[in-house]
Ligand binder design. Structure first.
Ligand code: HEM
Length: 493
């Protein structure tokens, strides 16, 4: 009997608290977008599960393309349709373009210098301008084309060695290393991820660890009162990793300054020279934080795109055959893809779009935030709310795409839809003023790496796994990774 009283008591308390919570929602004044009823204290946190991009897509089917949730103390609005994404990222772009800063980004005041985390402000504009004109402009990218080609050649040489030895290549891992070296050469003219050097391997692991920590859901972000306790130790580990990264950047900058003092450098050989030359616009602290941003934002995104593309091709061999046929016809067997070839390879470009439709590396973009109440679609997004644009859900919306979960690159062959932030049904790089500044680099590098891998070898899944048995499950983190790393064995063509 006592047991039943206890159950009854708990049920009543639960119902009362839920009602109170619902009442407080409706009494809040502004009309919030609809959403699931939050529980006291934790709100809707339990609804997220370990794949928030999927859980929130499911919830949007019930509550609609604009919905609100309470994640701990944080009001979160989720956008899941192209029309509303256009409203947020283009029509009301300015109102929605601030950032929700995770606790881990406060380490070393990174949030005060980082182009990723700064709100739209003079400092942010100046950093974006520097990137657009000195790092990602057409002429800058052209100037570094040979360097990128050299790094892709090294990737193919590495795969060639695995081919000789008959061993598998971990695609995500080698593309991550290639992307790191590509960036470190663009910025500092050095390889800092050479797998044959211990110090370089440590750097690679360091960037990787930062990705892992930054991708973990942190309780402090939902319950700011826990900030001093740091229950998962994320901030403490990040402090250690950031210290090591800044030591390395500091050393590389000191070495360059010393060379310049000796008159042995001072031209514009790489990004660090350019940044040191424009030091009235950007000081040393900003340079170090910008390097961190570029390494973190530019590596995992690229490697996850190439890994997913290879996985999809091996999963559906017809698409792989078609890609190989196009490469062979246009370039000839075993030729590496050059950036200038991409315009002649429509199927390869379609594979990149289709991969980013199904597996956008940043499924919610980078969380946006509103600084004042904003009206949208008859609802109010309240001041301080975090805004997630579910690019993953939009890319699989059956009202937009036929056979939305099938990998069909040919859907893009007769279509104008592009990934550059103009077409809101496909926004892997975001859109509007916070669109990815590395887009122009990524759309060159991803097809060159992918096309060169495909056109240089025949690939078979390790362990004689059949194409249809390949595990295509994903894992949510800082970027959307394959749950099981793709391991494939190269064979001579
Ligand atoms: C921001 C995607 C490669 C640097 C972003 C955003 C997305 C994205 C979705 C956030 C947009 C928003 O908040 O609305 C991608 C994808 C890539 C890629 C899919 C490759 C496949 C790169 C590369 C770099 C880079 C290669 C630089 C080397 C940045 C930076 C930001 C950013 C600095 C922050 C911009 C800001 O907040 O103003 N990227 N990115 N990304 N990306 Fe990329």
């Amino acid at each position: 009997m006592e047991f039943f009283s206890l159950v009854l008591y708990l049920l009543l308390t639960y119902t009362l608290l839920t009602l109170l919570s619902l009442l407080s929602r409706s009494r809040a004044g502004p009309k919030l977008p609809p959403g699931p009823a939050p529980l006291p204290v934790i709100g809707n946190l339990l609804k997220l599960g370990d794949k928030p991009h999927k859980s929130l897509a499911e919830l949007a089917k019930i509550h609609g393309p604009i919905m609100s949730l309470k994640l701990g103390r944080k009001t979160t609005v989720v956008i899941s349709s192209p029309a509303l994404a256009k409203e947020v990222l283009q029509k009301q772009d300015l109102a929605f373009s601030s950032r929700t800063v995770p606790n881990a980004a406060h380490v070393d005041d990174h949030d005060k210098y980082s182009v990723v985390w700064l709100p739209v402000s003079d400092r942010w504009r100046s950093l974006r301008k520097i990137m657009n004109s000195h790092i990602f402009s057409g002429s800058r990218l052209d100037a570094n084309q040979n360097l990128r080609q050299k790094k892709v050649q090294e990737l193919i040489d590495y795969a060639g060695k695995c081919c000789q030895d008959g061993i598998a290549v971990d695609i995500g891992s080698v593309i991550f290393t290639t992307s790191l070296n590509l960036l470190s050469n663009t910025i500092f003219s050095v390889d800092i991820a050479n797998p044959n050097q211990d110090s370089a391997k440590q750097f690679r692991d360091l960037v990787w660890q930062i990705m892992v920590e930054a991708g973990k859901p942190n309780l402090v972000d939902y319950f700011p009162a826990l900030v001093k306790i740091d229950p998962q130790g994320i901030r403490s580990r990040m402090t250690d990793y950031f210290k090591k990264m800044f030591e390395l950047f500091g050393r590389l900058i000191d070495e360059r300054l010393e060379l310049r003092r000796l008159g042995e450098s001072g031209g514009e050989k790489d990004v660090i020279d350019i940044l040191l030359n424009i030091n009235e616009e950007i000081d040393r602290t900003h340079i170090e934080h910008l390097c961190l941003d570029l390494f973190v934002a530019g590596t995992d995104t690229t490697s996850s795109s190439v890994e997913w593309a290879m996985a999809e091709l091996l999963h559906s061999p017809d698409t792989l055959d078609r890609a190989k046929a196009e490469l062979e016809k246009t370039l000839g067997k075993t030729k590496m893809v050059q950036e200038s070839d991409i315009a002649q390879l429509p199927y390869l470009r379609a594979i990149m779009k289709e991969t980013m439709r199904l597996h956008p590396p940043a499924p919610f973009l980078v969380p946006h935030r509103v600084e004042t109440d904003v009206e949208i679609s008859g609802y109010t997004v309240p001041q301080g709310a975090q805004v997630l644009v579910n690019a993953w859900a939009i890319g699989r919306d059956p009202s937009v795409w036929t056979n939305p979960t099938s990998f069909m690159p040919e859907r893009f062959l007769d279509s104008d839809i592009d990934i550059r932030g103009r077409d809101f049904e496909l926004i892997p790089f975001g859109a509007g003023r916070r669109i990815c500044p590395g887009l122009s680099l990524a759309v060159q590098v991803v097809p060159v790496m992918l096309g060169s891998l495909i056109n240089s070898f025949d690939w078979k899944l390790e362990g004689e796994i059949k194409p249809e048995e390949l595990d295509m499950d994903d894992k949510f983190g800082l970027t959307l990774q394959k749950a099981q790393p793709l391991r494939v064995v190269p064979f001579p063509l």
